[in-house]
Design a protein around this ligand. Structure first.
Ligand SMILES: N[C@@H](CCC(=O)N[C@@H](CS)C(=O)NCC(=O)O)C(=O)O
Length: 259
């Protein structure tokens, strides 16, 4: 194992600003927020406008991450004054934190022997997401600030190849698309069944994959609204597993206030 160091200075965590403090428009930045908290590392969260993520990343020389369109600047990013490192990509950040702050008291996000399975899990939860995106991408728009509102619309319409209002299904199409979202969760259920009596994917404590899964649920709940009929649907599916999973995570590993 690499030599561990003690974090004497706060790690700077770049996150995306939303209109309200308890909301997010990203399925990735909460993963880093949880990663830092879970490992008990001191950090300062810098909230940056969505429209400024790419220009600021360019200006500060942050490493780029791969998007379908090529290498771009994205958040989360951490700057670690204890080592001088600048790290982007939520998975790379987690591995950096495990490697750099490797004293035995700190739990591992990617325990030895789990990396391949965790990567495969992420690929699996990101596959065939279009039915879900059709609901949440338009519904996340009101969460963005006035400053980043136009950028959200133009960038997401370019990404998904359609107007936000066309993406959001309505009428009979809504019924059909929502049934697809349910099938997606039914599929997840087949993975989780084996762990019926364990709260997290690998057992009694979370690993990085749990933070990705919880971050997605958090984002879905934020987009649909916690009091919406659709979140009530998801909460009732698969024996109530999904809402229970998210609530348990937030209870055991709170990342509020100011999430
Ligand atoms: N693979 C990266 C993806 C990060 C990512 O896509 N971040 C989005 C927010 S969800 C972003 O920063 N977008 C900048 C933009 O849309 O201009 C990770 O895991 O951190």
């Amino acid at each position: 194992m690499a030599d561990s160091i003690s974090p004497t200075q706060k790690i700077i965590f770049y996150d995306i600003l939303c209109k309200r403090p308890l909301e997010t428009t990203s399925p990735f930045t909460p993963v880093t927020h949880w990663s830092l908290k879970y490992k008990g590392l001191p950090f300062e969260r810098k909230l940056i406008e969505l429209a400024d993520v790419m220009p600021l990343g360019e200006k500060l020389g942050f490493p780029k991450t791969m998007w379908p369109t090529g290498a771009v600047n994205t958040f989360p990013v951490i700057e670690d004054p204890n080592t001088g490192a600048k790290v982007s990509d939520s998975f790379d950040i987690a591995e950096y934190l495990d490697k750099t702050y490797a004293d035995a008291a700190r739990p591992l996000l990617v325990p030895q022997g789990t990396r391949t399975l965790q990567k495969a899990f992420l690929a699996a939860i990101w596959a065939d997401q279009m039915p879900l995106f059709r609901f949440i991408v338009p519904l996340l728009h009101p969460k963005t600030t006035a400053y980043s509102s136009d950028y959200y619309v133009t960038s997401r319409e370019a990404m998904f190849g359609d107007k936000l209002e066309n993406l959001l299904p309505s009428g009979q199409e809504e019924v059909v698309e929502w049934a697809k979202v349910k099938r997606m969760f039914d599929n997840y259920e087949t993975w989780f069944d084996e762990k019926e009596h364990k709260p997290y994917i690998t057992g009694d404590a979370p690993v990085l994959a749990d933070f990705y899964f919880a971050a997605r649920l958090y984002l879905i709940r934020a987009a649909l609204g916690p009091d919406s009929k659709q979140w009530a649907d998801i909460s009732s599916w698969n024996g109530g597993r999904w809402a229970a999973y998210l609530n348990n995570m937030l209870k055991e590993y709170p990342i509020e206030p100011n999430f």
